[in-house]
Design a protein. Structure first.
Length: 397
């Protein structure tokens, strides 16, 4: 066997999606971009834990960092399905690049667009769409993960500033110098806590005195995406950087995660699709017992199950995206999309490793990376258990 499968041709298998001409064009654009600028380097970035900073302006120039923003902010003003199709293409090449695209497009830019003052939108959105600045989101803390409302970072008003203290965890690309971080902190008083209603959101940037990058995580997967703690030490934030209304930060976060979880679902499907492509090609080339292993039903059944799960996860995702664009509330469906797609990614990547056998267990081939990358999709932006909580609650709403 030769190690030729580092950048497999994709098995798209998306024929049932009712895609428009524009959506197909965006999908093709993203596929071509990924083939040229992302896929050839993904294994190396993963090995070296390297976040390639030139990718950000390059993706901005190509339009991938302002996909959902209005043209007035230099965005492409696309529908959600177009964005998710592009994201899946990028994820099929490299899940680390995809998480950058997903976090940026789904969380900070959407939060600013929906809730921030015109002054904040004018200052940040166009540079974010152009890739001159990269968005981040800071909700979790060392002791506040699934129970996000228990966060403890504190903001205290001091004249025309807020002073922030606390530690935020799992901040995607928190090391980026031109970061625009949408950070949550408590604005209720320690002796009069208001639960989820005591949380507000601020725009924080690394040039503000008191902003410090803390521990960098050494992760199992998504190794080309830097994940760090960010520490606020008497960080002075101008009062006008409060996003929307004081005390509404938790609701903004939850609403944005409804959107973010669709992005993670697309990322998971991209990983799964890459794993299926690699396994399909390998099963065609690998000979045992005198014939290609694709001739064996044991392998055919695996490939069929992998393809079926991807196609069904994708169908729900794009139905949900369309409902969202019609203005419908999609909280439960968004959780279902993420739950199904992330479990699909784990299932498909695991089966791909199994089809590769020993070759799947070594770094010569990409499938072990797909398995490592897939795992986090069951964890971040709400664990699979939290998605089930959200879905079950909605059954009784
Ligand atoms: N849309 C709008 N409002 C919402 C909402 C939604 N989807 N979900 C909750 N709310 C509102 C509720 O209506 C409620 O408002 P009222 O009090 O006015 O009724 C308020 O928010 C509080 O809601 P809950 O009582 O349901 O809050 P809770 O404390 O029980 O928590 C939870 C609910 C679903 C468990 C939530 O804490 C949660 O989603 N946890 C997971 C957190 C998470 O996903 N973190 C990921 C961080 S980002 C990341 O992973 C890194 C990265 O960027 C890649």
């Amino acid at each position: 066997m030769s190690a030729t499968l580092t950048s497999p041709e994709v098995v798209a298998f998306d024929g049932v999606l009712p895609l428009t001409e524009t959506q197909r064009d965006i999908q093709r654009l993203a596929r071509d971009f990924a083939a040229e600028h992302v896929a050839p380097f993904a294994a190396e970035w993963d090995r070296d834990q390297r976040f390639e900073p030139s990718l950000v302006p390059r993706m901005g120039e190509a339009g991938f960092l302002g996909m959902l923003l209005p043209e007035a902010y230099d965005g492409l003003a696309l529908d959600t399905s177009s964005y998710l199709l592009a994201l899946e293409e990028i994820a099929a090449a490299d899940a680390s690049t995809a998480v950058m695209m997903s976090v940026h497009n789904s969380l900070p830019t959407q939060m600013l667009l929906r809730y921030a003052s015109d002054a904040l939108k004018d200052r940040y959105l166009a540079p974010m769409a152009r890739g001159e600045r990269l968005g981040g989101f800071a909700l979790s803390e060392p002791d506040a993960g699934s129970d996000a409302a228990s966060l403890r970072a504190q903001a205290v008003r001091d004249g025309d500033h807020w002073v922030l203290n606390g530690t935020k965890s799992w901040v995607t690309h928190g090391t980026y110098p031109d970061l625009v971080l949408l950070a949550t902190a408590r604005t209720d008083a320690p002796d009069a806590r208001r639960g989820s209603k005591g949380i507000s959101t601020f725009v924080v940037t690394p040039d503000m005195p008191g902003f410090r990058v803390g521990k960098k995580e050494n992760k199992m997967g998504l190794r080309a995406s830097p994940t760090v703690q960010v520490v606020f030490e008497d960080l002075r934030v101008p009062a006008e950087n409060l996003v929307g209304e004081e005390g509404q930060g938790f609701v903004y976060a939850m609403q944005s995660l409804d959107h973010g979880r669709l992005g993670i679902a697309a990322q998971a499907l991209g990983i799964a699709r890459a794993a299926l492509s690699a396994a399909r090609d390998y099963a065609d080339q690998r000979k045992q017992f005198g014939q290609p292993i694709r001739n064996f039903q044991a392998i055919q059944f695996k490939l069929a199950d992998m393809a079926s799960r991807i196609a069904s996860g994708r169908a729900l995702l794009h139905q949900t995206a369309a409902a969202k664009d019609r203005g419908e509330r999609v909280t439960a469906y968004s959780s279902m999309c993420k739950l199904l797609a992330s479990e699909t990614a784990m299932f498909v990547a695991d089966e791909a490793v199994q089809i590769f056998g020993g070759y799947g267990y070594v770094k010569e081939y990409p499938v072990e990376r797909y398995l490592r990358d897939a795992k986090v999709t069951e964890i971040y932006e709400g664990t699979s258990e939290i998605q089930r909580v959200v879905i079950a609650r909605e059954l009784y709403a």
